[in-house]
Design a binder for this molecule. Sequence first.
Ligand code: KIV
Length: 296
Amino acid sequence: MTSAELPAPYGEGAATTTPAREATSPAAPAMPAGRIRIHHLQQAKDQGRHFAMLTAYDQYAAQVFDEAGIEVLLVGDSAANNVLGHATTLPITLDEMILFSRAVSRATTRAIVVADLPFGSYEVSPQQAVESSVRLLKEGLVHAVKMEGGADYADTVRALVRAGIPVMAHIGFTPQSEHALGGYRVQGRGEASQRIVDDAVALADAGAFCVLMEMVPAETANAVDAAVRVPTIGIGAGPGTTGQVLVWQDMAGLRGGRQAKFVKQYADVRSVLSDAARAYADDVRAGTFPGPDHTF
Ligand code: KIV
């Protein structure tokens, strides 16, 4: 069975588990000690370096990832299906995105914080996109927005850039269009590859500071990376992009069930939490918590 045939989220394959690395990894990229800016991401591409991006939706995860040196934190609309319990990303509202964005932004000192424009908050017109993005920057305190959509959204990117709002374009598989795309399917195979490249070029020409590609063949992602000057980010797009992004609950092994082929699981946080909860409940039931050390 191919990932194209599997239901959401993301398709086939079992994740592998790798022990967590120290935050002081010698492979940590040359980024400034202070706040990372979008020109630092451009420098990474220009100098042939990679950077890491993770989703974050709350204070402590954001703090941990910021301290670990993750360069970009994405307040993804995937909060819908990773925090709020929805089946897709579609139901999350702009107000909910602002709430998550504020928590993440307030907890970081170094990472660039990018928030998704949720479904229904930008498609009607460039003006609607500007109004929604202004709220994400003003109330959500993020530094940039991410918007799903291809070349048809070039005018919207132009309007956002004119308003001083950095835009990350999201092409390839775009989860907000999963019903139109027929589910979680790899995009840009074979002849369809050129359309993905054309989308990327149109959005980069319109002023997007970065192009994120989801679930496209590595060959297509490489063609996009070669066609645009701006950095590229991949999720299920192979190793040729400037940056990589994963949903943090997938990366850390909090989400149960089958994982997408492109997910690599770096920890088993689900087991750690489960073991802690069971041990706590055992102590409570046995009357051994709280003991003298935890009693006033
Ligand atoms: O919302 C999200 O988590 C995303 C990633 C899949 C890139 O858009």
